[in-house]
Design a protein around this ligand. Sequence first.
Ligand code: PEP
Ligand code: MG
Length: 569
Amino acid sequence: MKQGIAASAGIAISKIYKLEKPSLEVVETTANVDEEIAKLEAALEATKSDILAIKEQSIGRLSDEEVAIFDAHIAVCEDPEFVDQIIQSIKDTQAPAAKSVEVVSEMFAGMFDAMEDEYFRERAADIRDVAYRLKAHTLGIKIPNLTLIDEEVVIAAHDLTPSDTAQLNKQFVKGFVTEIGGRTSHSAIMARSLEIPAIVGIGAFLDEINTGDTIVLDALSGNVYINPLPEVVSEFEQKQKDYAAYRESLQVLVDKPSITLDGRHVELAGNIGTPEDVEAVLENGGEGVGLYRTEFLYMNATQLPTEEEQFEAYKTVLEKMGDKRVVIRTLDIGGDKELSYLKLPEEMIPFLGYRAIRLCLDRPEIFRVQLRALLRASVYGTMAIMFPMVATIQEFRAAKALFDEEKENLLKEGVAVSDNIELGIMVEIPATAVLAEQIAKEVDFFSIGTNDLIQYSMAADRMNQDVSYLYQPYNPSILNLIKMTIDGAHKHGKWVGMCGEMAGEQMAVPVLLGLGLDEFSMSATSILPARKLVTELSYEAMQKLANQCLAQVSEEEVIALIKKEVSFD
Ligand code: PEP
Ligand code: MG
């Protein structure tokens, strides 16, 4: 048995298709410069038409975001900086075109590799993907065509590039496992959209397997079994059936409201990072977007996104969500989230430093651009805006003042702006939770960010593995802070959501429900299991359970109480 990262849930039992890519080693000899440039040009055209063909095949099978990756690949082929450097290198070295493709693409990919931000590191994979195809064409070597697979298989590969993944036909490809990669690598993202089980980052294992071997891919736990005993196969055949039945049973809940047995309605919403994430939220029956982390717009760029770029993104999300509410969080940068193009001061404790609303209020020229883009987009749907990391009422007032000023400016310019944008804050700092009742008079809503609230309450850095045992959502201290926030808001008729990871945890749902949480925002795939649970619970019973939990002294006791009271799938 081997273990990797379960990147796309499910179980696959099948024969292995070992994807071996021919090595495109280039023997360095001198070559005729004009001929090599001609070869490069022909190869660029052939590569573009390959990518176009793959793109065509992927339309309808992949999300718009993933299909757009192929436009990015074509853009690499057409990028004058990239192409000119290859031509220059052919001229300088008089080596075969393939060598120059290798050297120049590695130089570009290496630049992306060196970046801190995971998004940019993934761009390196895009360049290598294009370069591999381009090199093969300059050398006249054929690369394997996954579209030709016509029997059920699980693909085992060192890595799968976006173009490999797009070629996979779900009818035959039952899953894949790769030696490298993480949960946010492109192959993992695509596997989730294709809804095929996938395990990534399993480590070197290709030498131990052959095409035709039997494989059990347990992408619920991340375990892989090669040529397992018949009893293991039967065990997983049963698990596979159970899992399919479970997901199927959830489908009936897609259009259902989230109402408890005794009639309390809560809103189950989705967290998104990009406009493309909206599809998954809707497919999984999300009743709104409870957190749109706009910093990804800033992180996925090489400079501050313009008002127009931001406007387009916000408008897209609002339009896709129709009349469902979209809570957009203003820029939350700093802490573990950096911008390569915006130098922030070195800090001893970045999470306690210059970040989020603190930075935005200090740099209003950046903040105002976002506020204008949000205001302009507000007429395209139901928008709510929240400010991250608010510690004092003055911060909220200052942010609101800038918002009001920009609203005034736009109205003077004759630009239409919605009149009912709710303005709220994230409750991520214990001081804010403690003062919730007073703060609630001025805000329209709260959204509890437990990822930060827990790290600040327990004084335990959320990035530090050594203190991760202190990430305790069920610690009664945290539950009491959540209660203070909810009660404080409700006293003034305001609603409270939660968008930290805790909101999507099955075990947390009963207690949060009992504490009176109005909105739960989570990753799309957690929505239906949460809805199932809500519809099976009684609000009154959960209120009792929550009260008992609040009175405990340790997380263990709280967990034991929940498990005693509620049965989970
Ligand atoms: C949180 O802190 O719970 C939260 C949702 O914000 P982020 O994880 O982006 O800091
Ligand atoms: Mg946070």
